[in-house]
Design a protein around this ligand. Structure first.
Ligand code: HEC
Length: 189
């Protein structure tokens, strides 16, 4: 009985402490301060396990090796992801460099994730990490285009990356990501 009361009292004190802690201002929320190795372990283990548990084994569409799909994914990546994740021989922008935890270079880490896990991450984002979720603004088809491109990154040469992410006027009509010529823009400048 006495033992049970001591345990309960200790838990109550710990719980109260945890509730009061945010008010003390002791936690340094500066992104520039980085995470301690314990915080880093806690957050990254929690994210990894959460993503693995939720990504499931939903069927992966049969388009991941399709070159038009990859090309569309490349333009979306340039527009939405490169600023934080860089590319082969392309640095993260100053914005990407300022985020804690650091957004990884996907060219180095994409191999660690299954396609359905990359899909889940891009669709839902990772809270507490500054990784945006694109599900509310994009169709599943567009998200799979990004997955197709991201899964190519670890093997991609800087030259191929540059070619895929540079609009090429000469081949504009072949390029699935280039807006059609009659989109209302003035091309005569
Ligand atoms: C505002 C910056 C930002 C943008 C924009 C962004 N990300 Fe992220 N991303 C992050 C951060 C931060 C993490 C998490 C790092 C961590 O948990 O250690 C992350 C994690 C990831 C991961 C998991 C990688 C790993 O190895 O842990 C993938 C995959 C990913 N992002 C893909 C994308 C894709 C694809 C896009 C574009 C559609 C994108 N991200 C846009 C910041 C960003």
């Amino acid at each position: 009985m006495k033992y049970a009361l001591t345990v309960l009292a200790t838990l109550a004190v710990l719980g109260l402490g945890a509730l009061i802690f945010p008010y003390t201002g002791l936690m340094n929320v500066a992104a520039t301060a980085g995470h301690t190795s314990i915080e880093q372990w806690y957050l990254s283990t929690m994210s990894r396990r959460s993503i693995q548990a939720r990504a499931g084994d939903a069927a992966v569409p049969n388009v991941l090796a399709d070159s038009a799909t990859i090309a569309r994914g490349a333009f979306a990546y340039l527009e939405m992801c490169q600023t934080c994740h860089g590319g082969p021989d392309v640095e993260r922008s100053v914005t990407g460099q300022g985020i804690t935890p650091e957004p990884p270079y996907l060219a180095e880490t994409a191999d660690r994730w299954q396609p359905n896990e990359v899909f889940w991450i891009v669709q839902n984002g990772i809270k507490m990490a500054g990784m945006p979720g694109y599900g509310p603004t994009h169709t599943d088809e567009e998200l799979w285009e990004l997955v197709a491109f991201v899964k190519q990154l670890p093997e991609m040469t800087p030259e191929r990356y540059a070619a895929l992410t540079t609009p090429d006027d000469a081949s504009a009509e072949d390029n699935p990501a280039t807006p059609l010529a009659d989109d209302g823009h003035d091309h005569t400048h």
